[in-house]
Design a protein around this ligand. Structure first.
Ligand SMILES: *Cc1c(COP(=O)(O)O)cnc(C)c1O
Length: 388
């Protein structure tokens, strides 16, 4: 088969499992330099190691996070696994500290994989009145001397904003590495690596893709040693994303800034409607001055926006009344707003809080909205009609 060079402006989808290495000497050199991490840029070996279409997508993410390296994986969870596994060496493995309000899948991962299977000790740090008390955090860090501190910029579902800058300082002062899941905030609001985080991870399934039709993850950093360790781990465990998914992500990520700006703007407008509505008892949104971590949001996001996630609770004298209002709302908006357990989709989607986070948030009148970038008038009308 003859390979032709064409005048395409796109990075093709290279579906090669193994790439052609021509002769024994080239093959030898390629393998030697690959394991030494001295890669020959135009010579690829095997797609589980490295793939040109994947590299192109990673470069787009590096621009967004403003970092030296980004590595794509086939899901957010495989990025979480990679980030956490590369620190499992020597003394730093002993005790790790996780903020309690992190993604449910990550909590399950720490329990089932880190603790039960790998024998790690982990500590959890919880918010006090919907806000992290960093004096208490400092005490806990000094007492437990964790090797790793793991946090999310904006938490789920109460949208607690962590002062990642201070958290990084406190953690680094005691020699811990800092991993930040920046999925909810995105680099459009905040770039944790700029203020000292060691690794940033994203579920690219969410805002980076923004179309709800691929599963992908990414970890980003600046440190060359961490990059080597992450490349190695991704290769040996096989967390590599496919060229097809990477290609689609490259296409989708081009509109990320536009989409996210529109999602944030829709969210702010919707928050005002919800806040003023008599059927709504309370609205959680980091942009509201009564949100417990509004000051942290102002400090970190510096007028770039407050995200596109909103949590609210129906008013009612009893739990039963609140539950009835919630269930009716879900039914009434369902033509336009679907109940989908994800976020960052083009259209607004919702999750009843107690269906997923009942252990911590058993309140039957609460709904979490992931606001989309659809026409705002349609969105507002759908919601106000359902609320009567
Ligand atoms: C969805 C999500 C993940 C997991 O990502 P997947 O792509 O589903 O594996 C991790 N962290 C946060 C904050 C998420 O929302």
């Amino acid at each position: 088969m003859k390979k032709i060079q064409v005048n395409s402006s796109r990075m093709p989808v290279y579906r090669d499992a193994g790439f052609e290495l021509f002769d024994a000497d080239t093959a030898k050199e390629a393998f030697e330099r690959e394991t030494e991490h001295q890669r020959i840029p135009e010579l690829f070996i095997y797609s589980r190691y490295r793939n040109p279409t994947v590299v192109a997508a990673e470069e787009e993410i590096m621009k967004l996070e403003g970092c030296k390296w980004a590595l794509l994986t086939q899901s957010g969870m495989s990025a979480v696994d990679t980030a956490l596994s590369i620190f499992q060496t020597g003394a730093s493995t002993k005790h790790w500290l996780f903020f309690s309000e992190i993604y449910g899948g990550t909590i399950s991962y720490t329990e089932s994989i880190l603790k039960q299977r790998r024998g790690l000790t982990t500590f959890s740090f919880s918010p006090e009145k919907e806000k992290y008390d960093l004096d208490e955090f400092t005490k806990l860090v000094q007492k437990t001397k964790p090797g790793v501190v793991y946090i999310e910029t904006i938490s789920n579902p109460m949208l607690i904003v962590a002062d990642v800058e201070r958290v990084s300082e406190i953690a680094h002062d005691s020699g811990a590495k800092v991993i930040v899941d920046n999925t909810f905030a995105t680099p459009a609001l905040y770039r944790p690596l700029d203020s000292g985080a060691d690794i940033v991870i994203h579920s690219a399934t969410k805002y980076f893709s923004g179309h709800g039709d691929i599963t992908a993850g990414v970890l980003c950093g600046n440190d060359a040693e961490l990059m080597k360790a992450a490349i190695e781990y991704r290769k040996y465990i096989g967390h590599m994303i496919s060229a097809d998914e990477a290609y689609r992500l490259t296409e989708q990520i081009q509109t990320f800034s536009l989409r996210f700006r529109e999602q944030c703007s829709n969210a702010v407008r919707l928050v005002n409607i919800l806040k003023a509505h008599p059927e709504i008892k309370k609205v959680w949104y980091p942009g509201l001055s009564d949100h417990p971590t509004h000051p942290e949001a102002v400090k970190l996001f510096d007028n770039r926006g407050f995200g596109a996630m909103i949590t609210f609770e129906f008013s009612g004298k009893t739990d039963q009344e609140k539950k009835a209002k919630r269930d009716n709302f879900i039914k009434e908006v369902s033509d336009h707003i679907k109940l989908i357990p994800s976020l960052g989709d083009p259209k607004t989607i919702l999750m009843p809080v107690s269906s997923v986070w009942a252990a911590k948030y058993p309140y039957p009148g609460m709904i979490r909205l992931s606001v989309g970038f659809e026409d705002y008038q349609t969105l507002e009308k759908t919601i106000t009609t359902a609320l009567h």
